[in-house]
Ligand binder design. Structure first.
Ligand SMILES: [Zn+2]
Length: 425
């Protein structure tokens, strides 16, 4: 007998097929059966009548910073003391799960072990949160994004990044983070306007990047990069950095390189950051005029064109990116899917697949995560409405009727019917 049967659902299985009506059987933490058609009447400990609601795989956020604390600038991230900071991370992790993100790829954290400790606590069942790949701090070089030291305040602790110079210091930093237990190492290969560093600035030497990747791979770890400039995207492809964040200024040569390696690389553009910093941050002093002066309007325009070209060339584009600032708050991440349709030219099906099936790939578990198929992990969302007709329903907490991770309801559907084997005593 199954533990749970969700019947009478409209199933988007993320195989690429159209949704169909049917039911899904779950035993333990796995999907055991996906049936097309009406209710089978199969016995289960718990049967849930979905009443035609939309059943889809849990979503994956490809560029998550639990440690970013919804503040209006970069330096406030690091000013939060460690004790408050870990509690913050734990609370934010729950927000993601509440909003249907059952998996998240950590993109960088602000203190050495925040991500690792959060991941471990989630895995131990101490706190609710998504499946999580823990990241390192951002590794940068002097004057790069993440170096917050000042000539008169040369204290490394001021920075949310860790600053290295030369291959040997890089080797040491990478090994340190691996010792702490990270799943991936993050490099800040390009600048960022809000930090006063042009997006097209590419400060790392190839020797430093090569050392990072070589050391990380030697320990079986992955590397991810903040890479807005064309040259930084090329560094990613040249050195085998799979996860590329932003890629706004990727030129023809960078696109060709990515396309030739498209099975290997993931791009998470983080359009929400560019759009909202450009036009919706006035309350925090970044009026559209200020944002334009910084360079964000130009970057947004170019990034949209670049993403269209990436999508046409079949390069994987995933949702997520730099949520965790005052004007792009944690939990509103499904905005990315709306932006993919509006600006990148994705169909609703493409947008949903980018958050589900492609998410299973970036989580490095394509054989068991991101689709509704027998044998796959039971990470499921029950949605009131049809995201294929109106993708914005995924942004509304009240429309997310149920969230299941690993066969357990994090949010239970309101209407359930228990029958069959019931209680064992
Ligand atoms: Zn980021």
């Amino acid at each position: 007998m199954s533990d749970i049967v969700i019947t009478n659902a409209r199933i988007f299985d993320a195989s690429g097929d159209h949704p169909f009506s049917g039911e899904v059987h779950i035993e333990g933490n796995r999907i055991t059966q996906v049936r097309r058609g009406g209710a089978s009447g199969a016995q289960a400990r718990q049967t849930i009548d979905a009443a035609g609601a939309f059943l889809m795989p849990g979503m994956t956020e490809a560029h998550t910073h639990f440690a970013w604390n919804d503040q209006p600038n970069l330096s406030s991230i690091q000013m939060m003391p460690p004790e408050e900071h870990i509690l913050w991370c734990v609370r934010v992790a729950k927000r993601y799960l509440d909003m249907g993100w059952t998996s998240c790829v950590g993109a960088a954290t602000a203190k050495p072990r925040l991500d690792v400790v959060t991941r471990n606590a989630i895995n131990a069942g101490e706190f609710p949160g998504p499946r999580y790949l823990a990241a390192s701090q951002e590794i940068t070089v002097q004057g790069g994004l993440g170096d917050e030291t000042r000539p008169h305040l040369p204290f490394e602790e001021l920075s949310f990044g860790t600053v290295v110079s030369g291959p040997e210091e890089m080797r040491r930093a990478v090994r340190q983070f691996i010792k702490y237990g990270v799943d991936s190492v993050k490099l800040n290969l390009s600048g960022e306007y809000i930090a006063g560093i042009p997006a097209e600035f590419t400060p790392f030497s190839d020797e430093e990047v090569a050392m990072c990747v070589r050391e990380a791979k030697r320990f079986g770890k992955r590397v991810a990069a903040h890479a807005r400039s064309a040259e930084s995207v090329k560094q990613c492809v040249r050195h085998g950095i799979e996860v590329i964040y932003h890629a706004s200024f990727a030129d023809e040569e960078a696109l060709d390189m990515l396309e030739a390696n498209k099975d290997k690389h993931f791009v998470a553009p983080g359009l929400a950051w560019l759009i909202n910093t450009s036009y919706h941050a006035a309350e925090w002093g970044i009026t559209p005029e200020v944002a334009e002066q910084m360079g964000y309007h130009r970057e947004l325009e170019i990034a949209i064109e670049t993403m269209k070209r990436l999508h046409r060339r079949g390069i994987k584009i995933l949702p997520g990116g730099d949520y965790g600032f005052a004007w792009v708050r944690h939990g509103t991440n499904a905005k990315d899917l709306e932006y993919f349709m509006k600006y990148v030219g994705m169909s609703a099906t493409d947008a949903l697949l980018s958050a589900t099936r492609e998410g299973g790939k970036i989580m490095m578990r394509p054989h068991e995560l991101g689709q509704i198929r027998p044998g796959f992990l039971a990470d499921l969302l029950l949605i009131d409405g049809d995201p294929l007709a109106d993708i914005s329903v995924l942004q509304k907490p009240e429309r997310i009727l149920a969230v299941m991770k690993d066969g357990q309801f994090h949010k239970s559907p309101a209407v359930t019917e228990t029958r069959g084997g019931g209680r064992p005593y």
